[in-house]
Design a protein around this ligand. Sequence first.
Ligand SMILES: [Zn+2]
Ligand SMILES: [Zn+2]
Length: 321
Amino acid sequence: MAKCRVCDREAWVKIPWANTWFCREHFIEYFERKVWRTFSKYVSRNHEKILFTVSGGKDSLALLYSLAPRLVREGYSVSVLFIDLGIRGYSEHARGIVKEHVESLGLELIVFDLKKEYGFTIDDLAFAVYNHLFNRPVCSLCGVIKRYIYNLVAYKRDYDLIVTGHNLNDTYGFIMSALTTGQVSELIKFKPYISGGEGFIAKAKPLFFNYEYENRLYTIAKDVKVILHPCPHAPREEHGLVSSYKKQLRILEKNHPGIGLMFVKNILRNVIEPLSKVVQEKRERKLVKCSICGMPASTDPCSFCRIKIKIDKIKTKSYTS
Ligand SMILES: [Zn+2]
Ligand SMILES: [Zn+2]
């Protein structure tokens, strides 16, 4: 019988890359300490008002439970943002789950309803994508929209830090995909912390060094109900580059436990951090103000407004014809 490394009781879980076993209680302790270590090592001490973005999935809920109570104890003001993307048979369910958890933690919940605020849903967007009206996949467009809303809500309500639940598997997929397509300057986005300025709110990814496996285990250990089925639009992305690399990582980890963690740690230190010093300086000079929404952007109109203009046009056409 395998035993917990800390207390010698019967083990509940194995951490393959550390070749370590934990009982349930000490796994929770290990997880929370790890998340806190990432947060305190990378995130600036100058923040006060923190906005958690929570989708109802395992990652964002693992992050919320493992970090938010600690931040509240440390004196930070913490709220949660949920975006209702209007995905049929999915968003409503997610909204209910998130509401339940946020209430049980005694935090403030901000719900941003995409349809109410902007008149379209991700289902509308998906319909347009399947009809070849956009030349980007739904998940990539949805990502642009979510990032825009995170920043907008944080900016308008004076939050100074946005935290998201990106896990190590996602980051591995994004980094490998950026390398494969030669978009090396994109690598600077993949850091545990990006400082803010000029209308951009600072961002932290405290699960940067956490495998999705760990996050899922934490929600099981803590009995946190999460949405288990994937977004209905996700299967269409299965053959995308990022997904392929995430699959590859799962295979690699079987024979080389910890390889993904080692890769992400090393590329962050040896490539991404030195590179971001060079690229960021160049980028700052190129910022413009979007003439439609007034938010800072690298293009005018900003990428969100360009999506919105296109979807508005498509909707007007389909209603009138
Ligand atoms: Zn133990
Ligand atoms: Zn705009």
